[in-house]
Design a binder for this molecule. Sequence first.
Ligand SMILES: CC(C)(COP(=O)(O)OP(=O)(O)OC[C@H]1O[C@@H](n2cnc3c(N)ncnc32)[C@H](O)[C@@H]1OP(=O)(O)O)[C@@H](O)C(=O)NCCC(=O)NCCS
Length: 168
Amino acid sequence: MTSFKVRELSSTDTEALLAFESRNREWFESHIDAREPSFYSEQGVADHIQGYLSDFALGVWHPFVIEGANGEIVGRANLKSIDSAKGSAEVGYRVGERACGQGLATLALKHLIREAQARWALTHLVAYVYPENVGSQKVLGRCGFLAEQPAPGDPAPGERRFVLTLQT
Ligand SMILES: CC(C)(COP(=O)(O)OP(=O)(O)OC[C@H]1O[C@@H](n2cnc3c(N)ncnc32)[C@H](O)[C@@H]1OP(=O)(O)O)[C@@H](O)C(=O)NCCC(=O)NCCS
């Protein structure tokens, strides 16, 4: 079986990330919000990585990629909007179409949960998922997230909000 690892995003990932995002563009756009067209260029992806790494340095974002045995990027996962005062962050993940169905999103989400606890000492994580995204809801449920009714004023009212309370 091919081995996969979850590692932090790096400034040297531009080429591999552009290949991954371009190859799976239609696939992702059928499940989640589309990126700006300008993202799909070397400069666009380099700027994107730089933005994520700057936010990591500020302690508000923790970006990871899932890497295959040959060093190719097959998925991504992020702790987003980390708020140490509130003890919260949002999780996000995406897996390339050809790599789906092998447990990679589950692997990546478990990694995010461990990082959220061990590195960031967070108390809860949230995720936003479109109701028709059954696969993603299965991943969240398997990792202990529970669906919530949206509160008035919550962002992205079309999406369902899931919450995981972490052990402290
Ligand atoms: C959702 C996504 C992350 C799942 O990635 P993955 O690596 O295939 O996830 P896993 O293998 O860990 O688990 C997915 C589970 O959902 C199941 N599943 C997937 N699509 C399904 C569907 N339409 N109906 C029912 N079950 C489904 C899989 O069979 C699997 O369950 P199993 O292990 O019991 O067989 C991936 O499809 C993806 O990246 N989609 C596009 C981006 C996206 O939606 N991101 C999440 C935004 S909230």
